[in-house]
Design a protein around this ligand. Structure first.
Ligand code: ADP
Length: 430
């Protein structure tokens, strides 16, 4: 975000918590404001503290990033009430898409295919039994307020429904303060494919093709790539057009992602949710389109009309992103906070590095353990795999343990090389 601002000639202000005082992003921004102590509820989630920092630095706009308050409708609303520009969609759209059952309904109304499932919230276990029988096992109970893979439980048969019901609701209540759930058919042989959309505040919308994010651990993405090997050009163009049309229909503004599962048996795509923010994996889209999504978000928030049309976009080559977390993959992904004493990467053609740390940085135990993303571009998929593997091979991190070795194992696996991906299976591991 800071880089995009700089290229647009806009000064940036980073807000940070006390333990992040020396983080590279704070040094890179033109200005910075400490908004509170380590605990996120007292800093990164403290709306008043962020608005105060904006007032104090006379900021004109707020970009919410992709964590914490990025999909918080109340935050968006309060930003707008302060007469600041909000880099994101209108609060009403964030709210709509934030409730998965309402989002499902909106998707249906906008003409998108959805996974077979219940019509809205299921109030009782008895009704869940009836719905599950109607839809057919296996089924997935999903929290309407869910996110980050939480509040989701699978039931393979009637006998396991009660446990799944109790667990999904308990987790949803503790994570989101809302234990409403609904039911979807569990697609047990599927790819995760998502479309990037971009809409202006004038009713124009385009898509920037798809990303495939089937390589996941516990429903969290590990490796993302664009384009997907599993879409035909016709499918890409026709679903892309439907998604752009749907975004315009719900009054979407800015960058958003419409997520689908693709049934591997027949190749059909089914909507699962929309994320109303920039995603962690947006760089793969930027690398195959040459289009800067963050700059676009900012220009759209400033009220600009879309300056490109669908026909101006084309896919150039292939890009793959791997997430590097400060975790020990050999010890059940235990987070390994501490001081990074060395952080070196080779310089390679086609390699983009988005890193949150450098040598001397402290990885705090308070937040997400992702410390860097390596994104490799190549003229084709094989070349992009080679770029990322060369980067992983040359990556030298000392002081904290990382998931780099796991990522290399995945990229080296024959199934990954063949593009034979499915949710629930980690190539080279499972
Ligand atoms: P979250 O908001 O928690 O990320 P999503 O609805 O985006 O939840 O789903 C996250 C992941 O969960 C998907 O990428 C997929 O792996 C799995 N998933 C979600 N819905 C289904 C389904 N109906 N069948 C099989 N897997 C699913």
């Amino acid at each position: 975000m800071i880089r995009a601002c700089r290229e647009l000639g806009i000064e940036s202000v980073a807000v940070h918590s006390e333990p992040d005082r020396d983080a590279p992003f704070v040094a890179e921004a033109d200005h910075s404001v400490c908004i509170g102590p380590a605990r996120a509820t007292h800093s990164y989630l403290d709306i008043d503290a962020i608005l105060q920092a904006a007032a104090q630095t006379e900021a004109q706009a707020i970009h919410p990033g992709y964590g914490f308050l990025a999909e918080n409708a109340l935050f968006a609303q309060m930003v707008l009430q302060q007469r600041l520009a909000w880099v994101g969609p209108p609060p009403s759209v964030i709210r709509l898409m934030g409730e998965k059952d309402a989002a499902r309904e909106a998707a249906v109304a906008a003409g998108l295919p959805v996974v077979p499932g219940s019509d809205g919230i299921i109030p009782t276990l008895d009704e869940a039994r009836v719905e599950a029988d109607r839809i057919g096992y296996p089924v997935l109970l999903k929290a309407v307020a869910g996110g980050g893979g939480r509040g989701m439980r699978r039931a393979d048969d009637a006998a396991s429904l009660e446990t799944a019901w109790n667990e999904a609701r308990r987790e949803a209540l503790s994570a989101f303060g809302n234990d409403d759930v609904y039911l979807e058919k569990y697609l047990d042989d599927a790819r995760h494919i998502e479309f990037q959309v971009l809409a202006d505040s004038w009713g124009n919308a385009i898509h920037l093709f798809e990303r495939e994010c089937s390589v996941q651990r516990r429903h969290q993405k590990l490796v993302e790539e664009a384009p997907s090997v599993a879409l035909t050009a016709e499918q890409r163009a026709s679903m892309g057009a439907r998604v752009a049309h749907a975004a315009a229909a719900v009054g979407y503004v800015g960058a958003g992602t419409v997520e689908f599962l693709q049934d591997r048996r027949d190749g059909e795509l089914y909507f699962i949710e929309m994320n109303t923010r920039l995603q962690v994996e947006h760089p793969v889209t930027e690398m195959i389109t040459g289009f800067d999504l963050v700059q676009a978000q900012i220009r759209i928030a400033a009220g600009e009309k879309l300056w490109i049309g669908q026909d101006d976009l084309a896919i150039d080559g292939h890009a793959i992103e791997v997430r590097i977390n400060a975790e020990d993959p050999d010890d059940d992904f235990r987070p390994t906070p501490g001081e990074v004493t060395r952080f070196d990467l080779p310089e390679l053609d086609g390699l983009r590095v988005d890193a949150a740390v450098d040598a001397g940085s402290k990885v705090s135990p308070y937040y997400d353990s992702m410390i860097a993303k390596l994104i490799g571009w190549g003229a084709d998929r094989e070349a992009s795999i080679a770029t990322v593997r060369a980067a992983l091979g040359g990556l030298q991190v000392e002081g904290v343990c990382t998931t780099a070795s796991l990522q290399d194992r995945i990229l080296a696996a024959p199934d990954f090389a063949a593009g034979d991906l499915r949710v629930g299976v980690i190539p080279g591991v499972d």
